[in-house]
Design a protein around this ligand. Structure first.
Ligand code: FAD
Length: 405
């Protein structure tokens, strides 16, 4: 609806992604309705198609099996992929592998890149990211991290309890966030480790039952790490720099969530518009009544605003910045705008909104997690407010304070 000034290469890539979605992914998604999970074979076929269309792993350097596009240039492609829960899996840009590949590309040694990044990009192995911990440990406040890694000769020994590790049950490797220096400042002295999922002491407690789309294959695992030993070469990045590294993973990953979810919300509105344009009630098409038209107009406006915020933060990251505030603003706004749009779309489809015949039921169950995952709304508002209050100027009150005393 609103056209953004995306770079020409970004537009060309997104056009190919659009063709893949229209010609391959959406027809496959329609076949899978009714709560059927997509099989490994289906995902592999979709990946093959993504390779043929020239949109497979565009965000990863060519050296490691990707296409070498800049973060800003893949943005509209990620939005396009979000129009189906299968799109990002086809293009190898789905969480959590996408964020983990990014971290490995940024900080992996050459050996780690060969052993883990390349097969991850190829889709031969899968990964999880283990940071969040149960009640007494690190959650919204990661300083509360309890998991430890202690050096023993040329090995690290990891002990801890994690939950909500997306893809944990299917993962071949787990990137585990652990405290390596008990005496350091809580925001320092933490590190990231590559842990093979079949290492002794990795105990999958359970896949947490949760609401979510029926054709999304991810689960979220609770995992115990009991005296898990990994060689020192499995340290990812610098010892003690874990918070910095994780931030480099989470900042862009929050934006890629925004991109995918805005695509999902746009598709939900497209389906709802199609439904109410066909369906009549009380003597006219529902789409001809002013209330739904205004609601659609409001959601379209909010989605355009969300996309503009995402582009501003992505520009800053592409220019080498961290975009901490921009990412938090984009994340909170997009999570709420997409949740509201999908809720309205479901409502406009009447009873069919909750049926698994249409993908909106899946979208509705999926989007609710977005206000929690990678930092709850309140945590991002805390970050924005901290910055906002940082330069409060008492001089603003001069007109009322100069008469004091
Ligand atoms: C679907 C899904 C997938 C996930 N995948 C992963 C993963 O792969 N790896 C991983 O490590 N983690 C993952 N997580 C965990 C996720 O990052 C956390 O759920 C999130 O960071 C919030 O932490 P918490 O659940 O511990 O909430 P808590 O810390 O227990 O907070 C509970 C609530 O308190 C409120 N709150 C918190 N801080 C404040 C504040 N300062 N002011 C006001 N209110 C506040 C918020 O409403 C928050 O939701 C996933 C979560 C979900 C739901």
């Amino acid at each position: 609806m609103v056209s953004f000034t995306d770079p020409p290469e970004a537009k060309a890539l997104a056009e190919r992604a659009h063709d893949l979605m229209e010609e391959v992914v959406l027809p496959k998604e329609r076949e899978l309705t009714g709560g059927m999970a997509a099989s490994e074979r289906t995902i592999e076929e979709l990946r093959e198609a993504a390779r043929e269309y020239g949109v497979y792993a565009p965000q990863i350097d060519e050296e490691y099996g990707g296409m070498g596009y800049d973060f800003r240039d893949v943005l509209p492609t990620f939005e396009e992929a979000g129009r189906s829960v299968l799109g990002a899996q086809a293009m190898r840009i789905a969480a959590p592998n996408e964020g983990n590949m990014h971290l490995l590309e940024l900080h992996g040694s050459e050996l780690q890149k060969q052993e883990y990044l390349e097969p991850l990009v190829e889709g031969k192995i899968s990964s999880g990211f283990s940071m969040t911990e149960p009640i007494q440990g690190g959650g919204s406040d990661p300083k509360m991290l309890k998991t430890t890694a202690e050096k023993d000769g040329d090995e690290w020994v990891i002990d801890g309890h994690k939950w909500w590790t997306t893809n944990g049950v299917n993962a071949d490797i787990l990137l585990v966030f652990a405290r390596t220096d008990q005496d350091a400042h809580p925001y320092e002295g933490c590190s990231v480790f590559i842990v093979p999922a079949d290492a002794d002491g990795v105990e999958i407690v359970r896949n947490i039952p949760h609401i979510g789309p029926s054709i999304d294959r991810h689960g979220h695992a609770e995992i115990e790490y009991n005296g898990v030993r990994v060689p020192e070469e499995h340290l990812l990045g610098e010892e003690g720099e874990g918070f910095k590294h994780v931030q480099e993973r989470l900042g862009p990953a929050r934006l890629t969530h925004c991109m995918r979810y805005s695509g999902m919300a746009e598709r939900a509105l497209d389906i709802a518009k199609a439904y109410i344009s066909e369906r009549e009630a009380f003597g006219s098409k529902i789409a001809d009544k002013q209330t739904p038209r205004h609601a659609i107009a409001e959601h379209e406006t909010e989605l355009a605003a969300a996309r503009a915020l995402v582009r501003a933060a992505a520009d800053e990251i592409s220019a080498g910045g961290e975009a901490r505030i921009g990412v938090s603003m984009a994340k909170v706004f997009t999570a709420n705008a997409t949740q509201d749009a999908i809720d309205t779309a479901l409502q406009f489809c009447g009873g069919n909104g909750i049926a698994r015949d249409l993908p909106i039921a899946d979208f509705y169950e999926s989007v609710r997690q977005f206000r929690l995952v990678d930092g709850a709304d309140e945590v991002h508002k805390r970050v924005i407010a901290r910055e906002s209050f940082a330069d409060v100027d008492a001089a603003e009150l001069d007109p009322i304070t100069r008469f004091e005393g």
